[in-house]
Design a protein around this ligand. Structure first.
Ligand SMILES: *Cc1c(COP(=O)(O)O)cnc(C)c1O
Length: 377
């Protein structure tokens, strides 16, 4: 018998209560029964997004809602600021360019958070920037960016602030309304404890005003149509019915635990993971501003990073991920978001210790576990 442990930064594992909801017979989407579910989901999303604005729901992976944000807010030839510094920040830049939008990128060093002053400087210098594209947790480097400060800067300018919170929302605090974030994008398969397949976008009044003049081509990804349908608790096209039903359960679980407690749990799990890393003689990849959703660890000298991830999977059935692009083989990433608790951390740290020893790394078994336990106890 072998048991699988999924500790990747998406998809993440799904609680059995949610899995049972997903197995239920399909409800037709044009019925009062579905409308009632969709209504409660909309309310639950507002709670997790910490907003009074509508949260639009699309059937797609997270990138769909990123592209939707670009095509609904902007027109070809518009100027925008993009914050790079990892795969996902780069994705904003790529999507904008695909629609002939002129980007002014900030090339943040991978592993570092953006300096908010750099954003202010560009907004002051380049008049007419319509939007700033940022990331909450840059999953490829495990950095959390200071969205609160970015919000306080961008609100002084005509530009809107659009934040990719796909990996972050429900794990890391993002106070959409309080922090003046105009569009927050999220996906189902990270901290929201669902399979992949749903994407979300909350839209502020400032963003709706900008959207009125948008000339980018769009059909399925139409915010205005989605908002109109939302008034009758519907979506314009067939929703991913089972995922919406599952979401209603996972949102109920978050509400029951309380968002504050959910965030505190993530913070503790992340702290324990970071403590274990230090105790094992390893180094964090992003020590300056580490996210509570995922931890990136430098692969120690003499160890093959790709082989380490493979060993964890092959020998212990523990699935984590390595680095992407230029970080391939150089870091490993452990997620602790969503349906994640004390013993997920113990399992992954234990497996990591054993795998490292089996690959010849000099380490005393149990040091990492002990440090994690000191935080978790
Ligand atoms: C996972 C993730 C996405 C979305 O990727 P999809 O594969 O399209 O769901 C976007 N941004 C960040 C920061 C992510 O972690």
């Amino acid at each position: 018998m072998r048991k699988n442990y999924l500790l990747t930064p998406g998809p993440t594992s799904v609680p059995s209560d949610v899995l049972l909801e997903l197995a239920k017979p399909i409800v037709h989407h044009r019925t009062p029964q579905f409308a009632e579910i969709f209504h409660s989901v909309s309310e639950g999303l507002k709670y997790v997004f910490q907003t009074k604005n509508d949260v639009l729901v699309f059937a797609s992976s997270g990138t769909g809602a990123m592209e939707a944000s670009v095509v609904n807010l902007l027109s070809p030839g518009d100027k925008v600021l993009t914050i790079k510094g990892g795969k996902f920040g780069e994705r904003w830049d790529e999507i904008c360019k695909a629609y002939n939008i002129e980007t002014f990128p900030i090339d943040v060093e991978w592993g570092k958070p953006v300096n908010p002053d750099d954003v202010r400087n560009i907004l002051e210098k380049e008049k007419g920037i319509k939007a700033v594209f940022a990331t909450l947790t840059e999953t490829s480097t495990a950095v959390v960016h200071d969205i609160k400060t970015l919000g306080s800067i961008v609100k002084e300018f005509p530009a809107v602030l659009v934040v990719d919170a796909v990996s972050g929302l429900g794990a890391v605090d993002i106070q959409t309304d309080n922090w003046n974030v105009d569009v927050v994008v999220a996906g189902s398969q990270k901290a929201l404890m669902l399979p992949p397949g749903l994407a979300f976008a909350s839209v502020s009044n400032k963003a709706w005003d900008l959207a009125e003049n948008s000339k980018c081509p769009k059909y399925y990804w139409n915010f205005a149509k989605a908002r109109k349908s939302l008034k009758t608790d519907q979506t314009p096209y067939t929703p991913a019915v089972s995922l919406v039903v599952g979401l209603s359960k996972s949102l109920e679980m978050i509400k029951e635990e309380g968002l504050e407690n959910v965030l505190a749990r993530h913070s503790k799990l992340a702290k324990a993971t970071r403590a274990a890393v230090g105790a094992m003689g390893l180094e964090l990849f992003a020590p300056q501003s580490p996210s509570d959703a995922v931890t990136a660890i430098k692969v120690p000298e003499g160890i093959d990073g790709v082989g380490l991830v493979k060993t964890l999977k092959k020998k212990y059935d523990v699935m984590i991920t390595g680095g992407q692009a230029q970080l391939k083989g150089k870091i490993i990433r452990i997620a602790h978001m969503g349906y994640s608790d004390t013993f997920d951390i113990i399992i992954v740290i234990s497996a990591l210790e054993m795998a490292l020893v089996s690959l010849g790394y000099n380490l005393e078994l149990g040091n990492g576990i002990k440090a994690a336990e000191e935080v978790l106890k």
